[in-house]
Design a protein. Structure first.
Length: 108
């Protein structure tokens, strides 16, 4: 089984109350969102937080693509509602995508 790791980053709004709420939501992610991850061939996701900086580590299977993920998210009303809610906590970039793929610069 071939897996690939993506590491992405995003900034939250600099508001301690919003960050606390964002973390609370991620203690109980809606089941429909988790089911959609599986449909996208996402095997695991971990999100780390430092101040307002989020880093997501996503392990995906061979059938994963960002295009397919976006398409499946658009078909799912609950996932759309989750994304809209989460966007209230996230800084809105001018370039479009909220989550930015990070480049690996070292591996041992």
């Amino acid at each position: 089984m071939s897996e690939h790791r993506y590491v992405l980053t995003l900034k939250l709004k600099n508001d301690p109350n919003l960050i606390t709420s964002y973390k609370k939501y991620h203690e109980e992610v809606w089941p429909e969102v988790l089911d959609n991850f599986k449909l996208c061939d996402i095997n695991s996701i971990e999100i780390y937080l430092l101040d307002t900086l989020l880093v997501m580590v996503m392990i995906v299977g061979p059938n994963f693509s960002f295009e397919r993920k976006v398409a499946l998210e658009k078909e799912n009303k609950v996932v759309q509602k989750w994304e809209k809610l989460m966007s209230t906590y996230q800084e809105t970039p001018t370039s479009g995508d909220k989550w930015k793929i990070m480049d690996s610069i070292f591996k041992f």
